[in-house]
Write a protein that binds this ligand. Structure first.
Ligand SMILES: CCC1=C(C)/C(=C/C2=NC(=C\c3[nH]c(/C=C4\NC(=O)[C@H](C)[C@H]4CC)c(C)c3CCC(=O)O)/C(CCC(=O)O)=C2C)NC1=O
Length: 161
């Protein structure tokens, strides 16, 4: 996994250079948003269960997915879905803290689409639920941190699609 700092340093290092202005600007804006990121992560972790619950209510509940024949039908599958959404929220929060999406490639998206396809988990409905989490999270942490979290929710959504 990388973060905003290692990513900037690695790309300067491969060129054998000190950080140039663009690289330093990236670091400056990362450091300037440090407190915002930590505050957002604190709020999200304190409210994770209700973020997931509200997102499910907004996107999946009372749809065909939760009825017999739907992929969330049966308690086991319902619980697997909630657990997946909690993974997406937790890993998006890690990525937001790091300011880098690489952890999502390595620990979340790797092989996920294939797993979903082989189990018949509907990708479109999953993406809708992730987008609902994006809205619920933004309303909780405010527009600036919400926008930053949105980057990683969108990253997972497009990685799945
Ligand atoms: C941390 C990285 C990580 C991820 C991301 C992950 C996802 C993941 N979700 C799974 C299943 C599942 N995922 C869902 C999810 C859903 N079904 C729906 O209709 C909804 C739209 C959606 C929720 C939004 C369901 C229902 C299953 C169980 C499918 C089955 O066994 O039939 C499985 C198969 C194994 C299992 O059931 O545990 C994996 C590996 N596991 C991991 O370790």
């Amino acid at each position: 996994m990388q973060d905003a700092i290692t990513s900037v340093i690695n790309s300067s290092d491969v060129q054998g250079k000190y950080l140039d202005t663009a690289a330093l600007d990236k670091l400056k804006s990362y450091f300037a948003t440090g407190e915002l990121r930590v505050r957002a992560a604190t709020t999200i972790s304190a409210n994770a269960a209700s973020i997931v619950k509200e997102a499910v209510a907004k996107s999946l509940l009372y749809s065909d997915i939760t009825r017999p024949g739907g992929n969330m039908y049966t308690t086991r599958r319902y619980a697997a879905c909630i657990r997946d959404l909690d993974y997406y929220l937790r890993y998006s929060t890690y990525a937001m803290l790091a300011g880098d999406a690489s952890i999502l490639d390595e620990r979340v998206l790797n092989g996920l689409k294939e797993t979903y396809n082989s189990l018949g988990v509907p990708v479109g409905a999953t993406v809708q639920a992730i987008q609902a989490m994006k809205e619920v999270t933004a309303s909780l942490v405010g527009p600036d941190a919400g926008k930053e979290m949105g980057v990683y929710f969108d990253y997972i959504s497009s990685g799945l699609s």
